[in-house]
Design a protein around this ligand. Structure first.
Ligand SMILES: Cc1cc2nc3c(=O)[nH]c(=O)nc-3n(C[C@H](O)[C@H](O)[C@H](O)COP(=O)(O)O)c2cc1C
Length: 330
């Protein structure tokens, strides 16, 4: 196989297919739905959306596609670790809407120290729903994370602690109260949360959420994972996160959502390499008009895709993933 410039494309070594898929699948995904599938050919890995795993409340599939974008970033890192530059074609065939990206092995190039640092952070990167340590973020980290987002075509806008935070929290509080009454939201949570005895390889397990939906100073409203069932095992109270940020993309089409997912995973992996983790707050963004409202009230430019709160933590709460053999398309 050759590329557009007539260069021969490297073959994907058979022995690394499981590694490539497992690394991609460590990505964060909405409620750990892992809504992705892979089709591996001799020269190409195709990433497909698995719409059977779409949330009821994710009406336009935005969170599903962002999740797949995050998996694409993991796949790119895995390709780098094999000593190749990944060549990515986003949405290569408009007649096949499930096909989100095709990845081939480009020029041979040893991974950089930064690639290796991000890759090494993937196993302990996690979404943090418990208290953070009472300490500031490492100096220069936020600027580095903003650079990560920019390198992926997105923007990480920091929300100032005073006015910006209050405006954001007010909007999210009001919307969350409405959403608490939405039966579709309860159904999603029941389907995708797991108790401590679970052997499931997907969904959000009880050791990663708190038993109540209580709010603490400096934390934005969160989904109620527990729904009064007393499953959650994490401590609820403690120091708040050190920073709040909104991840934005220039537009709001499927290519932008893929870009948001890649930026999200890069930012989270970079933060995790310094033992900084994020809580992710997206439920209010599912309601119609709320993303535009946040953009206007906080005077942001672009389309808000995700809201993150970042802090230092010393322990990780890793969640399960489905094995690569369950993720092969066809
Ligand atoms: C698009 C998207 C939206 C998410 N929204 C939330 C959220 O609102 N609340 C939350 O606690 N986690 C959220 N997450 C994090 C997922 O729940 C988490 O990635 C998944 O459970 C896997 O766990 P891990 O990130 O610890 O590996 C979101 C992740 C993605 C990719």
């Amino acid at each position: 196989m050759t590329d557009a410039a007539g260069e021969a494309k490297a073959e994907i070594p058979a022995g690394v297919v499981g590694y490539l898929i497992a690394t991609a699948a460590r990505a964060p995904s909405i409620l750990n739905t892992q809504p992705w599938r892979f089709d591996v050919g001799r020269h190409r890995i195709d990433l497909y959306a698995d719409f059977d795993r779409k949330l009821r409340v994710d009406l336009i599939g935005r969170e599903l596609v962002i999740s797949c974008g995050a998996a694409l970033f993991g796949l790119r890192l895995a390709v780098r670790s094999l000593g190749y530059l990944p060549v990515v074609e986003l949405l290569p065939d408009p007649s096949r809407p499930r096909l989100l990206a095709s990845v081939t092995l480009g020029a041979a190039r040893a991974p950089t120290a930064a690639d290796t640092r991000l890759l090494e952070a993937l196993p302990h990167r996690h979404t943090h729903r418990g208290p953070f340590e009472a300490e500031p973020l490492p100096a220069g980290l936020l600027a580095g994370l903003q650079h990560d987002a920019q390198a992926e075509g997105a923007t990480l806008a920091l929300v100032d602690r005073a006015q910006g935070y209050e405006k954001l929290a007010d909007i999210m509080d009001a919307v969350s109260r409405r959403q608490d009454r939405d039966p579709r939201s309860w159904a999603d949570m029941r389907q995708w949360t797991r108790d401590t005895t679970t052997a499931a390889h997907d969904g959000v397990p009880a050791h990663t959420f708190t038993a109540g939906a209580d709010r603490h100073r400096g934390t934005l409203p969160q989904r109620d994972f527990d729904l009064g069932r007393g499953l959650g095992e994490l401590a609820a109270d403690g120091p708040p996160p050190a920073a709040t940020a909104v991840l934005l993309t220039p537009g709001d089409a499927r290519a932008d959502w893929l870009c948001a997912g890649q930026a999200l995973h890069r930012v989270l992996a970079d933060a995790a390499s310094r033992w900084v983790f994020a809580s992710i707050h997206t439920r209010p963004l599912e309601a119609e008009g709320v993303r535009a409202l946040i953009r206007d009230r906080l005077v942001l430019s672009g389309a808000p895709q995700l809201i993150l709160q970042l802090g230092v933590a010393r322990a990780t709460q890793v969640t399960a993933r489905r094995p690569p053999s369950d993720l092969l398309d066809g």
